[in-house]
Design a binder for this molecule. Structure first.
Ligand code: ATP
Ligand code: MG
Length: 412
């Protein structure tokens, strides 16, 4: 039945996959908390304008990728395609301007209607960080360091590089924009890019079309259009990253896909995932909050794709080995249940199978990688005891039921 398939580009997560996701999230939250970030969770849907007004009319997300619908009350609603716009909306509607600087961390599902492929789904998960209220480059240094340290603690620092660019302030961007249009206007651009030429030419640098890439390779560089102030900002950022011990490479052609960025733009990329090589991306968005109708507030942040990170990590798959309780015969059932619950309340990981004879249950205990089994036979129960077997050494001992906790302590 077709309707029982998952919707294209969505996945169920279980088993090893979800352990990897959990490992990525837990590592990220632990590091973010050490950096002084606290968690925020915003709704998975917002009024469509929250995204349409901020991400820019020409962004891929707004033009092609949003899941938008009208709800029963006639409201235009969009499933969030990214996290920053919702956080900025929460900042304004929650009156958080009194609490600056604000350091926020989030996780959750995002929705984009795009062509599903490896590392690209229609529902995917991100972790992300936002730092609001700090205008100077020290904020940029901190937020990039946070990303770098999370990737490092996931064991990925050998596999990723941090690419860095400056988009400059508004004046620098306008100057660059004019130079870029001058260069691009006579080039044989793709149709999409031609459309963007006057609306948002910087976006053309980000084009994935083969013919555009060749043209872009010879385009003038943003770095030659930075004014003094923007240049100083970038120098301070780079100096800060060196002091903080964060390695990076300059990529003068990197622009980020969204309209609201200025100054710093950065991406952590890998060659290990084929075409979907960006695992974490972000930048400074000083104009965003004002554009949404709040008080002008500087901000910077990033988001990382959990699916892409989960494909790269090794760790997080260790599952606690259970103690398996094996009752033999119907008379042992009640004692088995009682012992199981007692041990679980005492902090042990305990499995009690639902049925089966001794042989079947032993097989299942092996399959579950049990550290120990507690066998409850008729004779044992008559003596108020159990046979405890260490599954690694094979050693067996009869233990009084009242002494089980003490005897099993090393498996806790
Ligand atoms: P891409 O160039 O791969 O489309 P993007 O610029 O659209 O990325 P961002 O909006 O910056 O991506 O999102 C940050 C991160 O979220 C990306 O670097 C990536 O790891 C992840 N991501 C984005 N879109 C998807 C998706 N459709 N499926 C899985 N992960 C995604
Ligand atoms: Mg994209």
């Amino acid at each position: 039945m077709a309707s029982l398939k998952p919707v294209r580009g969505t996945h169920d997560l279980l088993g090893e996959d979800i352990l990897r996701h959990r490992h990525v999230e837990q590592t990220a939250f632990a590091v973010a908390s050490r950096y002084g970030y606290s968690e925020i969770s915003t709704p998975v849907f917002e009024f469509t304008e929250v995204f349409a007004r901020t991400l820019g009319d020409t962004s891929d997300i707004v033009t092609k990728e949003m899941y938008t619908f009208e709800d029963k009350g006639g409201e235009r609603i969009t499933l969030r395609p990214e996290g920053t716009a919702g956080v900025a909306r929460a900042f304004i509607s929650g009156g958080l301007a009194q609490k600056l600087p604000l350091k926020l961390f989030y996780r959750g599902p995002m929705f984009r209607y795009e062509r599903p492929q490896k590392g690209r789904q229609r529902q995917f998960n991100q972790i992300g960080a936002e730092l609001l209220g700090v205008a100077g480059p020290l904020a940029d240094v901190e937020i990039i360091s946070l990303g770098a340290q999370i990737l490092d603690e996931l064991g990925l620092s050998e596999h990723v590089v941090c690419e860095l660019n400056s988009l400059g302030d508004a004046e620098s961007r306008n100057a660059y924009r004019a130079r870029l249009v001058e260069y691009l206007k006579d080039q044989p651009l793709s149709e999409d890019s031609r459309e963007r030429l006057h609306r948002n030419p910087l976006r053309i640098l980000d084009s994935k079309e083969e013919r555009d890439r060749a043209i872009v390779a010879d385009a003038p560089l943003m770095s030659d259009s930075l004014n003094d102030e923007s240049r100083r900002f970038f120098d301070d950022l780079r100096n800060g990253l060196e002091i903080a011990g964060v390695k990076y490479t300059l990529n003068p052609r990197m622009v980020r896909g969204l309209d609201y960025y200025c100054h710093s733009a950065f991406e952590f990329t890998t060659t290990a995932l084929g075409a979907q090589g960006t695992v974490l991306g972000g930048g400074r968005y000083d104009g965003l909050v004002k554009q949404m109708g709040g008080q002008a507030t500087p901000g910077i942040g990033w988001a990382a794709g959990i699916e892409r990170l989960a494909m790269l990590v090794d760790g997080g798959l260790e599952k606690k080995r259970p103690i398996v309780i094996i009752p033999i015969g119907a008379e042992a059932a009640d004692t088995a249940l009682e012992v199981t619950q007692r041990l679980r309340r005492g902090g042990f990981s305990v499995d009690l199978g639902f049925s089966g004879n001794m042989g079947k249950r032993m097989k299942r205990a092996n399959a579950a990688n049990a550290c120990a089994t507690v066998i409850l036979g008729e004779d044992e129960i008559a003596r108020q005891a159990a046979t405890v077997r260490d599954m690694d050494s094979g050693e067996q001992a009869e233990v009084p039921l009242t002494a089980l906790e003490t005897h099993l302590d090393r498996f806790r």
